[in-house]
Design a protein around this ligand. Structure first.
Ligand SMILES: Cc1cc2nc3c(=O)[nH]c(=O)nc-3n(C[C@H](O)[C@H](O)[C@H](O)COP(=O)(O)OP(=O)(O)OC[C@H]3O[C@@H](n4cnc5c(N)ncnc54)[C@H](O)[C@@H]3O)c2cc1C
Length: 459
């Protein structure tokens, strides 16, 4: 019987096991997870009277794989979408609406863009030179920041593009790959001399599906993890929690997965762990793949839940939240007005905020213990949102090395890693297709397909 071990029980590993067990004997699939919690970064906590998310709180629908999985698991009736998507950017001690006439932060329609309160007149005039510029020449890839500074200037880049594009990766556009993190700009640059014009036509050709851009589930994203675990258990997949894998050894006819409790034999392996862990697992079978995997950097955000009395706010927060550009030098990088965004989180008289702190290259928030961090964030909330008191309740979640940074030529790096991984070992997870939950699910599905294909026609 062909045996597969999936290492890592986050969404990527669980999705890998789900797709594998639909195509082979489920009892020959084992998922090993080092902690007592399956779901990895998808984690909720009891905060006051209800459970709230401490990691991701929604998934995008543009990549349909999460929505398809939700449907396969009969959870479509539980889908909920954010009640509001109006977001603000904090700059010069004020909240500004995200300027109109922009696509993913980049100005595309200058009639609508002019007159916004975020970017200064000089910054708007500089951005408006873009349509007069010569064709953007990109040799394969560049950083989003170097590209956007050239096209729209430093102010638009720092105040608009960095918080929007860099924010998704808890990183900085001055290090993130244009091809991976802002492919829309690259696509626009390929079809039009002016990138702004190219983005404008992308928007004109875009037909809205009528479907919300983001979804969650009534019981939060843990409902997706719980439903996946139920199906895997019912199918007979072996779920080994509290089982840390330390290395993969090549043995006659297959692999031995060494765990802290012993060893598991396998014909195939899917590594769905963060890339620096995958590096140490793979080192005995491919020193080169390990060395390449180690070059992927990670950001370490901290998520703090803060519950305030409604009347702590001079003006009740409206919309879904605030993005905070790096230039403000605050510890907080983004604030979600969680009980506005998800009305089912609302308790009468209380407002719940999810405050993210720390991003790649800025680890100051990690220097504080939880109490000191909360005190600092409360001071920042007073300055940014006008709160007049401290919070009623708080909880801090530290996500060390959780968000991979896609540097220029990341796609080529991933290809080189794959080329150096031995036969019947596949890789899944946030570093491979993208950091969002749908991309992680796609990575699990592709890893499962490749492994099954490999079993039927060995390399
Ligand atoms: C604060 C935060 C907010 C986010 N918000 C969103 C959002 O709103 N929407 C969105 O789509 N995405 C969001 N993301 C990104 C998304 O949550 C992650 O990219 C995704 O969950 C990663 O899943 P994964 O399975 O690849 O990795 P992980 O979730 O990191 O899972 C890896 C698993 O491997 C286990 N493991 C590690 N080492 C070993 C070992 N040696 N042996 C066995 N097991 C091991 C770990 O314990 C873990 O369970 C967010 C991320 C963070 C940190």
């Amino acid at each position: 019987m062909t045996k597969v071990v999936v290492i890592g029980g986050g969404i990527s590993g669980l999705a890998s096991a789900y797709f594998l067990s639909g195509k082979m004997d489920p009892s020959s699939v084992t998922v090993v997870e080092s902690s007592d919690h399956f779901g990895g970064t998808i984690l909720d906590t009891k905060f006051g009277t209800r459970r709230v998310e401490t990691g991701p709180d929604s998934f995008i629908t543009r990549n349909p794989s999460a929505l398809e999985l939700v449907s396969d698991l009969n959870l479509s009736d539980h889908l909920i979408s954010p009640a509001t998507s109006t977001a603000y950017i904090y700059s010069r001690s004020k909240l500004h609406p995200i300027p109109a006439g922009t696509v993913f932060g980049a100005p595309s329609n200058f009639k609508k863009f002019f007159g916004n309160s975020l970017v200064s007149k000089a910054g708007q005039m500089r951005a408006a030179l873009e349509p007069l510029m010569s064709h953007a020449k990109i040799e394969g890839d560049a950083t989003v920041g170097s590209f956007s500074v050239k096209r729209w200037g430093r102010e638009v880049t720092d105040n608009l593009i960095d918080p929007l594009v860099g924010g998704i990766h808890a990183g900085t556009v001055y290090q993130l790959s244009l091809a991976e993190c802002a492919p829309q700009y690259l696509k626009a640059a390929r079809v039009s001399r002016s990138v702004s014009e190219g983005l404008k036509s992308q928007m004109a050709n875009y037909t809205p599906s009528g479907q919300p851009a983001f979804y969650s589930l009534e019981g939060g994203l843990s409902e997706l993890v719980d439903a996946l675990l139920d199906v895997l258990r019912n199918r007979g997949v072996v779920l080994a929690g509290n089982t840390k894998s330390t290395e993969i050894l090549s043995v006659a006819g297959g692999y031995k997965i060494i765990t802290q409790d012993g060893a598991l034999d396998a014909d195939g392996v899917i590594c769905a762990t963060p890339s620096y862990i995958t590096a140490s697992l793979l080192r005995p079978v491919s020193a080169k793949a390990a060395q390449l995997l180690e070059t992927i950097d990670y950001a370490s955000p901290i998520m703090t839940l803060l519950a305030y009395q409604d009347d702590a706010f001079r003006t009740p927060p409206s919309g879904s939240g605030v993005l905070i550009p790096r230039t403000n030098r605050t510890l907080s990088t983004a604030i979600t007005f969680a009980s506005n965004k998800w009305p089912n989180w609302k308790k009468e008289g209380e407002t719940i905020l999810r405050v993210s702190a720390g991003r790649f290259g800025d680890t100051r928030a990690w220097d504080f213990n939880d109490d000191a961090l909360v005190a600092n964030l409360e001071t920042e909330m007073a300055a940014i949102l006008g709160t007049r008191t401290g919070s009623l309740r708080s909880e801090v979640f530290r996500w060390r090395k959780r968000i991979p940074q896609f540097k220029p030529f990341h796609g080529q790096l991933i290809q080189r890693i794959r080329d150096n991984v031995p036969s019947s070992v596949e890789l899944a997870g946030a570093p491979f297709i993208g950091v969002g939950i749908p991309a992680c699910i796609s990575s699990g599905s592709l890893a499962a397909d490749r492994l099954i294909k490999n079993f039927s026609s060995p390399r």
